[in-house]
Design a protein around this ligand. Sequence first.
Ligand code: ARG
Ligand code: ZN
Length: 472
Amino acid sequence: MHRRIIAPGALAAASVLLAIPASAASASPGAPGIGDPYYPAYGNGGYDVSHYDLRLKYQPATDQLEGTATILAKTTQDLSRFDLDFLLDVSEVRVNGAVAAFTTSGEHELEITPRTPLAKGATVTVVVRYSGIPSSKQAYGFTSWHRTADGGVGANEPEAAWWWFPGNDHPLDKATYDVSVLVPDGSQAISNGTLQSTSSRLGWTRYNWRSNKPQATYLATLAVGKFDLTTGTTESGIPVVNAYSKDLGDNAGAARASIERTGEIADWLSGYFGPYPFDALGGYVPNTNTGYALETQTRPFYSPRQFASGSNVSVVVHELAHQWYGDFVSVAGWKDIWLNEGFARYAQWLWSEHEGEGTAQELADYVYASHPADDAFWTVKPGDPGAANQFDIAVYDRGALAVQALRNEIGDDAFFALLKGWPKKHAYGNASVADFRNYAEQLSGKELGSLFDTWLFEPAKPAVPAARTAAI
Ligand code: ARG
Ligand code: ZN
C-alpha cells in the first residue's frame, strides 16, 4: 500500500524495502508446538509468557465459564502469527490493543494473526475473551475438567489448562499468575498461591488468587464448589490454606486428618530438599471421583478416593515433595518425568522410615523382589518411558529404586547433598535427567553412566538389587 506514495524507480524501491520493519520482512509463524517429542503439539514456539491474568466468572449450576485472559509475553523470533493452546470458544483477541484475527486448528490450537508482525524481543500483551462449558470439550478424546455435584475442577497432567485458560502449555514456559474468579455467593473458587482478597456484590463473590513465583501451566488449577477452608502457618512461617468440599461424606475425616498435616510435612521435607520455595501452601479436595492426586503448585489437588481406606499422609508427602521435585524444578521435557515421580516416591519411602514403617532400603528390596524378571514392570524405562507410560507404576517404583541405587553408589553424604543441592541449582527453572546425572557425577566425583543405564534406561530387571553392596 505505501509503495504507491513513493516515487517509482529502482532507488525508491530499495528504500521502500528498507522502510519495511525487519519484523515484517523476516517474520514467520511461531511453531504450533514447543518441540517436545512426547507431545509435539503441546506448548508453542516464538514467544515466552511472563504473566497470566485471568479474570473469570463461573456458574456451577451449568458449568459455564467466561472471562478474559490477559497474557504478558515476549517474542523470541519475528512473528507473523502465533498459537495459544486452548479449547473454549473465543469471541475476541487483541494483540497490543489492536483486534487480531484468530482461528482454531488441530486438537487445541488457537492461531492468532496480529494486525502487524511482531519483532523478536518485543513485549506483547494478548487479550483473549472467551466462554464455554469446559466439561463439554474434549481433546484427543479426553477431558481434564472434572464436573462435581457443586461445580468443577481443572487438574491433570500433563495438560489441564486448555479447558480453562489459553496459554503456552508446556513446563518450559513458566509464568506468574493472577486468577480472579466470580462465583455465586455460597460457592468458593480455589486456585494456587495466596488468596489476596474476596469481595461480594449482586449475589456473586470474587476470589482473587495470586502466584508470585514462576509456575508451569499444568500446575495451575481452578476448582469451584462448596468448600470449608482451614488456615494455619508452618513452623517456618508459610501461610497454609486448605479447602475441603463440604460433600466428602465418609472420607471427610481421613482427608482432613491427612491434609491438615501439610505444614508439618513441608517443614520435614525442607530438611531434605532445602527451604520451601513458595510463599503459600495448602491442599484441596473437591468431590470428584478422580483416581489421581496432582502437585498443583503450592496447593495440591487430592481426590476423595485417596482417603477411602483411612488417613493417607503418604500421598500428602508425595504431592508436597513435588513442590521441589516437579514445581520448583520442572522437567525440561516430558521424558524427564523420573525427576518428578522417582523423587516424590522416594520421599514417601523416607517418610515411611521416619514413621518406623520400613526403611527406604527395605522398601527398595521389597519392590525389587516383588517383580519377577519377566514382569512387564521391568520393560518400562523410567528415564525415557514414552508418553504412553509416563505415569506407569514403574516410573514411580523403579524410579525410586534408581534413587536408592544412586544413594548406595555415592554414599549418604553425597546423596543428601545432592537431594538438597539439585533444587537450588535449578531454582524456578527446568532440567533434564542428563543434567541430573552430570550434577550427581560432579558432586560425587564418580562416573555414573552404567548405574543410570541399568536403573533408568535398560528395559530389563537389574541383576543386583539396588547396588547395596557398594555402600557396605
Ligand atoms: N503427578 C501426579 C502424581 O503422581 C500424577 C498425575 C497422573 N495423571 C494422570 N492423568 N494419570 O502425583
Ligand atoms: Zn507424583
